[in-house]
Design a protein around this ligand. Sequence first.
Ligand code: HEC
Length: 247
Amino acid sequence: MQKILPALVFSTIIFLLVDLTSCTHDVIFDDDITMPVDTMDVEPPIDTMGIPCDPEVVYFEYEVLPLLISNCAVSGCHNAAGQQGGVILDSYQNLINTTDFEPYDLEGTDIYEVITEDGDDIMPPAPGNPLTSEQITLIATWILQGGQDLECDWEGEECDLTNVGYADVITPIISTYCLGCHSGANPGGGYDLSTHAGVQEVALSGQLFGAVNWDAGYVAMPQGGNQLSACEIDQIESWIEAGALNN
Ligand code: HEC
């Protein structure tokens, strides 16, 4: 114990020092970036059935685009109608065509620069919230993997519907697809989905499932984006059926 304690104190101080000197938006990677296999080699029309998704690879359509739709391609900003600064972020092609984009190069890529900018120039601008560090790391990883538009059998992944938890399943879905619009001072339609209470309210009223399942009589969500995967919709349904708990 006598030896362990000073060692612990020392390492804690070093840890704090390192932590303090690192800039908040520096992306730190533990391991080397995994390079994706080019699934676009498949002859068109691309049949993704059976192309397994590599958990180490970031897939634009399923992981990056939803963030852009929710946080950037919103009304009056970078959707086709708004195109602020000529930038449209509602599809891979528009991202490549309307921004400076350098595969493998974070500094040469506009979207990375602006989401990590200091001060007033950061995107999304207030009253929008900055992306979380996990979301920034995801986008950075995608760029460092070559910024491709790879496909895989996303729908074919196994879907776990047992004890769907608010914290570990529902919150990540909402944060990826919805929070860009449904948080802050002026949330879409007046629905703030950044708290459990806010999500539970639309869950128990039937609006949440109706909206994500694109049922008639509801406004289809995520607005301007692709429908959630069948698994994500099933997970939301199963969580609602169990009472939409804060579990
Ligand atoms: C691009 C912005 C945007 C995104 C992304 C978005 N929403 Fe919405 N949402 C809105 C707006 C705006 C409204 C109000 C629409 C209206 O009343 O015409 C709305 C309405 C809703 C409603 C009420 C629908 C109804 O018919 O009663 C629900 C529920 C909802 N959103 C949930 C979600 C969920 C869940 C997600 C993510 C999966 C999401 N939204 C993503 C902007 C967005």
